[in-house]
Design a protein around this ligand. Structure first.
Ligand SMILES: *[C@@H]1O[C@H](CO)[C@@H](O)[C@H](O)[C@H]1NC(C)=O
Ligand SMILES: *[C@@H]1O[C@H](CO)[C@@H](O)[C@H](O)[C@H]1NC(C)=O
Length: 431
């Protein structure tokens, strides 16, 4: 959900940009032109400045450091209040390079939220994998192209690499028509070549690939033949990446992490990515980024990712426990949301994802009572807006995150965070 929301925001920005370019050109509009000129050169900057001030003075306080961690400060507990969140969220332990979660930590970063780039630098050592959301593999007529180089920020990557060891693996989403890609060997070779070449030229450590959700949306996974070709394609891509040694670190080869969705029940549907798929790809894929979030939506308001559901999902994927399957847990990056949701409870259906700064603004404005939901093991609160419409807000807390980390630790799995820029500063003390 948060992803789609982000994508949508990019496109409305583009729409706005196109609209602002349309200025009248005939001489009759000369006066209007002057007015428009004044509007753009004076009025807009002043308004933007005030909006900026309002936004950043109320919600983003500069980070301060403390000698104590969030554990030692006694902040991890079910009973808490909005004041504590407001006064503590921007304080982090001074040793930002100390890790406390021993398994791999993959962090997603989105180009439309620059805070993620900053946090990736500040807490660099806490991540083992960084995945900026930069690329699409698209159809271009009958051809296939890799789009997204314009997003790549090489200055940021080189700063990260100066004082950290996280692998930089941009996300690539396959948007190309599956009939075009999966049925034609030549197109697959081209796609693999485009990805491998981009990794070499840009000195990436590999990629995170998302395609299963797209193929499911196109309905091609119902066809056993297409489903097989889909798996085969991922294997070939993995093998191709593994055959290339990293330019920077010749002891490493390029890696592939594959994004998978949570199966909705133990009785798998054809389009579900299940335990057999996990087994069959386990040699070709270095990790599976499991999207265990968006359990609830505007139509069924509730927790973002109940802990029992996360555990059940991982168990379904690992299948019956035997020693070889236990090892596969090491390849799973359990998804954790650093965004929340603000859902309408009365008067129809609505609401959607919110970021950490949206959350802090809501806390300041409504001073709500924070409640701990035993069933999902998430914090939430309820408030009424100016039109007396009730809302429920679920946003992660130190308590909910630390419980999920404990569970992931018990399973021996890594974690993947969507996306770090939406979280509160003190969350990173937990990692
Ligand atoms: C921070 O923690 C790491 C790991 O525990 C340690 O090696 C390092 O010396 C610490 N740095 C400071 C400045 O205390
Ligand atoms: C690390 O995490 C554990 C819980 O898993 C906690 O008890 C401990 O205090 C944490 N250590 C630091 C230095 O934050």
């Amino acid at each position: 959900m948060a992803k789609r929301r982000g994508d949508r925001r990019v496109s409305t920005d583009q729409v706005k940009e196109n609209q602002t370019r349309k200025t009248p050109s005939s001489p009759r509009y000369l006066n209007y032109r002057f007015v428009i000129f004044m509007f753009f050169s004076i009025f807009i900057p002043i308004v933007s400045f005030y909006i900026y001030r309002m936004k950043y003075t109320t919600t983003t306080t500069t980070t301060t450091t403390t000698t104590l961690s969030v554990y030692e400060r006694g902040l991890i507990k079910p009973i808490t209040n909005y004041q504590e969140t407001l006064t503590e969220n921007f304080k982090v332990s001074e040793n930002t390079s100390r890790r406390n979660y021993t398994y791999p930590v993959l962090a997603y970063i989105t180009p439309w939220n620059s805070r993620g780039y900053e946090l990736a630098k500040r807490f660099n050592s806490k991540f083992t994998h960084l995945s900026p959301v930069w690329y699409d593999l698209k159809s271009d007529g009958a051809d296939i192209v890799l789009d997204g180089r314009h997003n790549a920020d090489m200055g940021w990557i080189s700063e990260l690499r100066k004082n950290g060891h996280a692998l930089v693996m941009p996300r690539v989403v396959i948007e190309a028509f599956p009939n075009n890609l999966l049925r034609k060997k030549q197109q697959q070779d081209k796609a693999i070549d485009l990805i491998v070449t981009e990794c070499k030229e840009m000195e990436y450590d590999g990629i995170v690939l998302e395609s299963w959700s797209r193929w499911a949306a196109y309905g091609v996974l119902h066809d056993p033949e297409m489903r097989n070709m889909a798996l085969k394609f991922i294997k070939q891509l993995g093998q191709a990446l593994h055959s290339v040694r990293s330019e920077r670190k010749p002891e490493n080869y390029l890696q592939l992490i594959y994004v998978i969705g949570p199966p909705r029940s133990a009785k798998l549907q054809e389009h579900d990515f299940g335990p057999r798929d996990l087994q069959s790809l386990s040699d070709a894929v270095d990790g599976f980024s499991l999207m265990t979030y968006d359990f609830s939506g505007p139509h069924n308001p509730g927790p973002n990712a109940p802990l029992k559901w996360i555990t059940a999902t991982v168990r379904i994927l690992l299948g019956a426990t035997s020693s070889s399957e236990l090892n596969l847990a090491r390849k799973i990056f359990i998804g954790m949301n650093f965004y929340g949701n603000d859902f309408l409870l009365s008067k129809g259906v609505g609401g959607g994802a919110i970021t950490g700064s949206d959350y802090l603004t809501l806390l300041e404005k409504h001073r709500p009572v924070l409640q701990w939901d035993e069933e999902s093991e998430e914090h939430f609160f309820v408030y009424s807006d100016n039109n007396q419409i009730k809302h429920a807000v679920f946003y992660p807390s130190l308590m909910s995150i630390s419980m999920r980390l404990e569970e992931a630790r018990a399973l021996g799995a890594g974690i993947s965070i969507w996306e770090i820029g939406q979280g509160l500063d003190y969350f990173f003390d937990l990692l």
